[in-house]
Design a protein around this ligand. Structure first.
Ligand code: ZN
Ligand code: ZN
Length: 343
């Protein structure tokens, strides 16, 4: 089977790899639609501690094509969203039920072979049948699950004012979830007009066009939307200067969530006095745990919609172009269809 394969950071080929035999509880899947995101760009650069040879791809919708010994929860032919994260269930944190901090956490597309391949192997328990959900919505299950994880950590106060920076898929999904989670006002700030228009159609109450590279210059326009600051602020850009610029926009007693992924060597400067005096909470949100079923529910009811999100589709052979597309302002969500067009 053909797969994107990195022997080392920054270099990959589309290689012919052997299908490995299935162990107990495993299934083989044929990948139908696999979303690309900023994480794949970080992986391309060797960030995020991947294991080599690396096949990336962690936002996977696939058809089950073979079941291993003892599998009775999914059947051959079923189309599933695949939870990419595997816990050891044996370390100190797993034994406390804190799976996201598993000391031997592995995920498909980073330490385990991922979805940018014709086939992959996963555990049957990681497969969530999508039912009637269209594939273009189902491919948002993983990013929606991650957004739900963030939302749960945020614990949005009823009637809160909320600000999201970034209007990529994550920003758009978060805007929709915040709208349904008690926020009275949701403002999205991002550089690209077309994405802001999409945010308005996806539940934002107001949008502000900002300059990512000089966020401080446009911050006063954002501030006008919440005199006294936003109760809840979520950065979905991972840009250090933006995150720094969000501190003064956060209301006293409010929460700033670092959701977007920055490079491991990036730094921001915070005033300890300001955090102390204004009782600010700075919280991170990493990945998700057991949020797939709820994500599918949000997508199935249309409270999170994929409409207008998938702007680019690629085959496996176009992986280089697919990565380049992530930098294109016209790209909202790019996907790879490893077994040919299905959307
Ligand atoms: Zn992702
Ligand atoms: Zn563990």
């Amino acid at each position: 089977m053909r797969a994107v394969s990195y022997p080392a950071p920054g270099q990959f080929t589309v290689a012919d790899l052997a299908d490995r035999p299935l162990a107990a509880a495993e299934v083989r899947i044929a990948n139908l639609v696999v979303g690309l995101c900023g994480t794949d760009l970080h992986l391309h650069q060797g960030h995020n501690y991947p294991a080599y040879p690396l096949t990336p791809g962690h936002e996977i919708v696939a058809r089950v094509v073979e079941t291993g010994p003892g599998v009775d929860t999914v059947a051959v032919g079923e189309v599933v969203a695949v939870d990419n994260v595997v816990y050891c269930r044996d370390c100190r944190r797993c034994k406390k039920g804190e799976f996201n901090f598993c000391e031997r956490r592995r995920s498909m597309g980073t330490k385990l072979p991922g979805g940018f391949a014709e086939h992959a192997v996963t555990l049957a328990e990681k497969c969530y049948p999508i039912g009637d959900l269209p594939l273009e919505a189902a491919v948002l299950t993983e990013p929606t699950a991650c957004a739900l994880h963030g939302l749960q950590l945020l614990d949005v106060p009823v009637g809160a004012s909320a600000l999201i920076t970034g209007a990529g898929p994550t920003g758009l999904i978060l805007a929709q979830l915040l709208r349904h989670s008690g926020a009275a006002k949701v403002v999205v700030a991002a550089p690209t007009r077309a994405k802001l228009d999409l945010a308005l159609r996806r539940g934002a109450d107001a949008v502000v066009q900002v300059d990512r590279h000089d966020f401080a210059a446009t911050a006063p326009v954002v501030a006008e939307h919440a005199p006294g600051g936003f109760d809840v602020v979520v950065d979905a850009t991972g840009v250090p200067a933006v995150i720094e610029g969000l501190v003064p926009l956060t209301a006293s007693g409010g929460t700033l969530m670092v959701y977007g992924m920055a490079g491991p060597d990036e730094r921001i400067s915070l005033s300890p006095f300001e955090i102390f005096r204004r009782q600010l909470t700075v919280v991170g949100s990493f990945a998700q745990t057991f949020d797939f079923a709820r994500a599918i529910d949000f997508l199935a009811t249309g409270k999170v919609t994929a409409e207008g999100m998938i702007t680019h589709r690629f085959g496996l052979d176009d992986y280089r172009r697919a990565l380049d597309t992530l930098a294109d302002p016209a790209c909202v969500k790019a996907v790879v269809e490893p077994n040919g067009p299905v959307l």
